[in-house]
Design a protein around this ligand. Sequence first.
Ligand code: ATP
Length: 300
Amino acid sequence: LMQLFRPLDLLGWVYRSIRQGLIDMEAMFELVDTRAEIVDAPDAPSLQVGRGLVAFEDVHFAYEPERPILNGVSFAIPPGTTLAVVGPSGAGKSTLARLLYRFYDPTGGDIRIDGQDISKVTQGSLRAAIGIVPQDTVLFNDTIGYNIGYGREAASESEIRGAARGAAIDRFIAALPQGYESMVGERGLKLSGGEKQRVAIARTLLKDPPILILDEATSALDSRTEEAIQATLDNVAENRTTIIIAHRLSTIVNADRIVVLDAGRVAESGTHAELLRAGGLYAELWARQAAERALEEAAE
Ligand code: ATP
């Protein structure tokens, strides 16, 4: 893949990606294969995924030693269920996703998938088990078909079409003059935020991972697009162990469980209804966002 990029393209892309906060972790990893300190033990076994139980056990983490970000976070996601992580900006939500994908290792505690410490298994086997739908998807200067199939080299044309259908972007593509051969990316067709997200969903469907990380877009899509994308994401998450990093609350009402992160700790957890009844931080965040939504709608 590296050879497909002219060095300057790659540099520009890496620079933009970093500036935007490492938005597509998965692509980032594969291209600039990366952090020297994360290495496999010489005899590291492959991750054996069974039902896909994900557990954080007293996880501590700091990007810089003097500034702890996570201070003992524990939760478990039962196989096939959806856990949403919410909390104030900067609470450490996206950091949890980066640790699960092993962008970094925890400084204390551990993260387990079906009982196996993820820092002890090969990175390749770990990342093969996890799909990420990032906040903002990086598209390559290539065809839309390539962009969907990217990540699974052996994907056939009919598999790519199937994934596009699953992500509800097939009709959009069919309406393009050159269909799946249409060029996208910086030098091709510019896709909207929602369309790019659908490309990411299609990629994930092709990968078919047992574990899924959804890093919800911070920038709001219009509410109709958001609802449509939500329905597609619900389909993708079905029967997969899913962690949603939620920057807004409106989309996670139906999560099996919600963890509220505050200052690097789990402040409370429960279902949407339970947390509203509890009248704590979640209820407060919910009331605030509801008020903001009402204001936005009044302005529309
Ligand atoms: P938001 O909802 O605003 O996206 P978040 O809860 O997802 O916030 P994180 O992205 O996990 O927050 O960041 C938690 C803290 O870690 C923030 O204070 C952030 O500044 C800091 N941080 C994030 N990435 C790095 C990094 N690469 N190096 C140093 N500090 C970082």
